[in-house]
Design a protein around this ligand. Structure first.
Ligand code: SF4
Length: 379
């Protein structure tokens, strides 16, 4: 396979096959991949703006039956530090969020067998009653699969009930690697790859804005990373015309510190900076139908994130006022609003604060007042 032919195909936005993607991953020089990734970024999101946002992760509960082997956050019900967040805590944390200029709560946590659909709808309604302008970016496909089984409801109905209660957008959490061989080892109690994708199909039919993620660098192969992207691309292709679909793709590396995968199975994170940048460029190439690509500043740090912006990424995500799942496995990068904007400028771009739909708050430069989403939506 001639690499130049693959680059041309990528730049023509033709979907690459699994074999072609794997060939690029293994054989392309990093600088060539970065060049193609950057050109594609300019096709999808022209200009010099790089997005960032302010939101706060509040964990609903740390009790989780799933016990994924990469997770240090989850607790059993009888654990002395098990909790379900109280409404007083939400109020305190949301007030702090608003004081810092944020307007979105990322609500995630464990799959707690004591919490059913009504708990979540009551919570969303209460938060919307208290803070009508605060957006709720909450749960993820594994929780929906779990709740659907528990409540004996189809995914579509369950998502509709959650949206009616105040869910504004739906994170692509719990994707890890969408290959059941891998999931059977790292998170056997969680949604299968097919279930994860089916929930997202329903979310797209309901026109919930969603994201797609990938946690890589544990025991997956490069072919499985590429297949993960292709499966996401196929679901994006199926979304109804005009639906938000996957607004962004966010890859981040497995953090191994203290995890069962590391302690019991001897699996260390294979993360290194050049491989992350390679992955960002390959993601931009393989995901020819997703407009935005976010580099995970929180997990890869300043230098690698800055280089990722020259390899196809157009966003550095949130300053994430509170985050417990990734940070409990060894990620220590923290940035405030000034720092994240400085990092973007240092990389040669102009920071633009955006919301979950990638709509820009402050941009004078983009006529549509949007960072890239305009390309996904029939205006
Ligand atoms: S990653 Fe999520 S689903 Fe898995 S054990 Fe941790 S809290 Fe539970």
């Amino acid at each position: 396979m001639d690499l130049k032919d693959l680059y041309k195909k990528a730049l023509d936005l033709v979907p690459l096959t699994a074999e072609e993607g794997t060939t690029l991953y293994h054989e392309s020089p990093l600088e060539e991949l970065m060049f193609i990734g950057d050109r594609l970024r300019q096709i999808h999101v022209p200009g010099n703006l790089v997005g960032w946002m302010i939101d706060r992760n509040v964990n609903i509960t740390n009790i989780c039956f799933s016990q994924c082997k990469f997770c240090n956050f989850c607790r059993r019900k009888d654990s002395p530090d098990a909790y379900v967040t109280s409404i007083d805590d939400y109020i305190k944390k949301t007030d702090e969020l608003i004081a810092l200029g944020g307007d979105q709560l990322l609500l995630q946590g464990g799959m707690n067998p004591d919490l059913g659909l009504e708990f979540y709808t009551d919570l969303f309604r209460k938060l919307k009653e208290l803070y009508p302008f605060v957006k709720l970016h909450a749960l993820g496909p594994p929780e929906v699969v779990y709740l659907a089984k528990k409540e004996k409801l189809p995914y579509a109905e369950l998502l509709r009930i959650l949206a009616d209660a105040g869910l504004d957008s739906f994170p692509g959490a719990g994707a890890e690697i969408l290959a059941d061989r891998v999931r059977q080892i790292v998170s056997p109690a969680k949604a299968t790859a097919g279930e994860w994708l089916d929930v997202m199909r329903e979310a797209h039919r309901l026109n919930l804005p969603t994201s797609a993620t990938m946690m890589y660098g544990h025991l997956e192969t490069v072919a499985e990373r590429i297949d993960h992207m292709i499966r996401i691309r196929e679901v994006q292709d199926e979304k109804p015309e005009g639906s938000y679909g996957f607004i962004t793709f966010v890859p981040w590396p497995f953090q191994d510190e203290g995890t069962l995968l590391s302690k019991k199975h001897g699996i260390k994170s294979s993360y290194n900076g050049p491989d992350y940048i390679r992955l960002v460029a390959i993601s931009r190439i393989m995901l020819n139908n997703i407009t935005n690509l976010q580099a995970s500043l929180l997990t890869v740090g300043k230098e690698v994130a800055m280089l990722s912006l020259h390899a196809g990424a157009n966003d550095l995500g949130s300053i994430m006022i509170e985050e417990n799942v990734v940070s409990s496995a060894g990620s220590n990068f923290r940035f405030n609003a000034n720092e994240i904007q400085e990092i973007i400028r240092e990389a040669g771009f102009d920071p633009v604060r955006r919301n979950q739909k990638y709509e820009s708050f402050y941009s004078q430069e983009i006529k549509a007042k949007k960072l890239g989403f305009a390309r996904n939506k029939k205006e």
